[in-house]
Design a protein around this ligand. Structure first.
Ligand SMILES: Nc1ncnc2c1ncn2[C@@H]1O[C@H](COP(=O)(O)OP(=O)(O)O)[C@@H](O)[C@H]1O
Ligand SMILES: [Mg+2]
Length: 346
């Protein structure tokens, strides 16, 4: 059974609205893990009008240890010697917005230019080249850059950190030259929080939250697959509106209760491993438990600063920080249940 893309009307409308204006700002797309960020862009890329040309680069399955690793995956090296004009002409003629296969829509580059740029190790030249390529594309199409899992280059340095070079480039493309739309997707809320505090980006970027489905949208989704009222309540109770689990619940509808319990058992066991990791560090352990107690009581809490216990829980994907509203919440309803179970057992 094929499970169709569901809803996201509000988010799609918002992104299309952004795309209808000239590029002016970098958009950071964030949300808890498995909330459907990639899926949303996958859907968008397939359905956007022909006037747009999307370059989608995902770092998800890519091991990035140095700047070169990242910069190389941006490119599709062409064997021929071609000038930018003819490269772009070919690109536009052959462009098909296909399924996202990691990564699609790389930037074409002639072999000789590629060699030169990487031989001289002059990284600025990468951006100079990309800019002239996008300039050429923009004569015919509206270029859109989508970078998925951007946090993976957070630690990578060229001379300074690569991420700043990249942000500079993005600011140039959006706020300054209005050449291309830029969307940077991340599930890592600690990374986002750093971005949020970064002075260099103030007034130059905006944030788009792609969260789990809300209750009504979840109900609608499950109804499509014949869920009864009780089955819906059960599923919502275990997984909230986390798309990845809803899809699995649909596939396990014939043994729903059992499936829900299994998933909780699994998540609980993972949480135990997580907590055993800090067992010997009393201060951290106590801090984490305090945090869990607060989450248990309120589900969503305000934070003042990101201290070690909070950082730890976010890194282990138990909690999610939303810096725009300065709140902390469980990564999913299942995490909340696992936290509750843990507190009971202790
Ligand atoms: N709008 C949606 N409709 C149907 N299924 C979805 C939707 N969004 C996400 N999913 C399901 O959830 C899974 C995880 O979503 P994904 O986009 O990979 O999450 P993220 O990128 O936010 O971590 C997808 O593989 C898909 O099965
Ligand atoms: Mg993703």
């Amino acid at each position: 059974m094929e499970i169709e893309f569901h809803d996201r009307k509000r988010e799609i409308e918002e992104i299309k609205r952004i795309l209808s204006y000239r590029p002016d700002s970098i958009y950071f797309v964030y949300g808890p893990i498995n909330s459907g960020k990639t899926e949303l862009f996958r859907h968008l890329i397939k359905t956007l009008p022909k006037e747009y040309m999307v370059f989608y680069i995902s770092l998800r399955h890519i091991y990035v240890s140095k700047a070169d690793d990242f910069l190389r995956i941006l490119f599709e090296v062409k064997n021929k010697r071609m000038n930018i004009k003819s490269l772009v002409k070919e690109l536009i003629e052959t462009y098909v917005p296909k399924e996202i296969i990691t990564p699609i829509g790389r930037f074409p580059i002639p072999k000789n230019v590629f060699r030169e740029i990487f031989k001289e190790k002059a990284i600025e030249n990468v951006f100079v080249y990309l800019e002239s390529l996008l300039m050429e594309v923009s004569k015919k199409k509206k270029p859109v850059l989508v970078l998925d899992e951007l946090q993976k280059i957070d630690d990578v340095k060229i001379n300074g950190p690569l991420i700043y070079e990249l942000f500079n480039f993005f600011v140039g493309l959006t706020k300054e030259s209005h050449l291309a739309h830029v969307f940077a997707i991340t599930s890592d809320s600690l990374f986002l929080e750093k971005v949020y505090k970064e002075a260099m980006l103030h007034g130059r970027c905006d944030y788009l939250l792609v969260d789990d489905f809300d209750y009504d949208i979840t109900v609608e989704f499950l109804r499509k697959y014949g869920f009864s009222k009780d089955e819906i309540e059960l599923t919502w109770n275990y997984f909230g509106g986390k798309p990845v689990y809803l899809v699995k619940a649909i596939k396990n509808k014939h043994r729903l209760k059992e499936f829900c319990e299994e998933q909780l058992k699994l998540r609980f066991s993972q949480l135990l491993d997580t907590i055993y990791e800090v067992e010997k560090n009393k201060e951290l352990f106590d801090g984490v438990i305090e945090l869990f107690k607060a989450i248990n009581e309120n589900e969503v809490i305000k934070y003042t600063k990101i201290d070690d216990p909070l950082k730890f829980c976010v890194k282990r994907n138990v909690l999610f920080v939303e810096p725009v509203n300065r709140i902390v919440k469980p990564q999913s309803r299942l995490d909340l249940l696992a936290v509750r179970k843990l507190l009971q057992e202790l």
